[in-house]
Write a protein that binds this ligand. Sequence first.
Ligand code: PEP
Ligand code: MG
Length: 556
Amino acid sequence: MFTLMGHGVGTDIIIGKAWVNMYFSGLEFRYAEISEVEITSEIDRLRRAIKMLDEEFEEISASLKNAKTGDFGNLLDSHRLIVNDPLLVVETEKRIAESLINAECALVRQLDYIVEQFSKISNPYFQERKIDVEQIVGQLVKKLTLLDQIEKPKSPRSKLAGKDGTGWICLSDEISINEIPKFMQNGIKGFAIESGSPTSHLATLFKSLEIPAILGLQEHNQLVEHGERVILDSESGVLLAGFDNYILAEYEERIKKGVQKKRELKVFVNLPCQTKNGVDISLMANIENTVEAIKANEIGVSGIGLFRTEFLFLEKNKILSEDEQFEAYKRVAEVLNPLPVVIRTLDLGADKLLSSLSSKFTKDFNPALGQRGIRFSLENPDFFKVQINAILRASKFGNIKIMLPLITEKEEVIKAKQLIYQSLRNVSKKYCFDLITPPIGAMIEVPSAAIAIESLIPHIDFASLGTNDLIQYTLAIDRTNNRVSHLYNPGHPAVQFLIENVIKACIKEQCPVSICGELANDIRQTSKFLKMGLREVSANVSDILKMKEAISKIEL
Ligand code: PEP
Ligand code: MG
């Protein structure tokens, strides 16, 4: 048996088969598992796709027979050679039979292998051929889809998971936020990723979707076989492979205990959030979508302390229209009404980027210090106003507040408020609404804002400490870089000093203050802040009951 370590995200343990993700996961194709009886038909499917493509090349060649085609003719010939090359064809067939995977998947796996071999040779000729093979595989994958459409299989091919009752756990060196839904739809139950850190936005997404994960995993290449049984312990950040039945039974027992603990925590659903000596604490939830808002409401929260709206965009991988945004915000406002919902304006940028927005975002060399959060909104006021219009329209349906991310100085708040007032006038006129401006607050997540909090307070209605970024910027640790994640230290005196500075200044000036970064889910930290006078905490939905229980044990 061996273990690979990383940073756990979540509390669950899952047992499943390793889905070793490939470099070419960007290629749009359907993953599927096949049974032994399907091997022959799957190989036949591959051969038909190859024949189809080869015939296409042949036809083009024939039509150009008498024309002077020069390089193009040569290219066609070389593509015909590749499409029939045993290194592609025979080896892909072997993969189908040995790994019991569909033809698309086997092709992409073989492509990965070929590209790796070519990369070892610096000769430009092989680099060119690498691109040719990538193109051919891309075309073959399309042909396979076409064949399915033409032949309409009687029964849909099985998805990755559920066939024998076990799920799959994706192991990958990297993964982007908008790839997650695709994997989930294909039945992946957990992720073990080499890149990323526990406070990266990838971690936020895993938490919000309640997907057990490990980030910053030790290198798994060559160690874990595709299809091998693995255990993912998201609490301690350990991935186990090659274990015996004794270890398996131990983990199965731990899974049972975890289920039992969750059941016990349910008693807190209907209890108010109070310390042991009866001090009321406003325990709110961080959410990313409407589904989480419903969950948060069901487990009894005092409101939504942070609605990260950029995830609505990331989930759909597109820019949402005013109406689409309005529907989402309205739904959350209605679900929670009359409880407050703090909607944070878009915090796109850094590691939260949309491919569809790439034309608007210039690629910053140092994205965490570049154009993200309020900086992007102020540079693109039309874009910002669409979101504000949607929020203002939704504010008719509940108790909405607006929060601005990545504020570094009061001028940003002043400018943003001017745009909000403009929108307010427009929305009131257009919809004949009698609107009042919702409270406008700021995320305190940049050291300059935490140090100069007194200069911000006169311009904001509330403040919320975003400790993930505050720690990143105070300690100069890139949230996404696992090589420095061990330096992430919430207890660092500089971090503690800044948090205390904000809490004390806000209390003194009677400006409502809360904490919504990851630290809010850590009772050792939170209890210290409660002792300083903090009374509002916004935690992950999956941690709310655990936090309620922990708060009920502390005495202020
Ligand atoms: C934070 O920075 O602490 C925070 C809550 O915002 P995000 O994690 O979305 O950057
Ligand atoms: Mg932040």
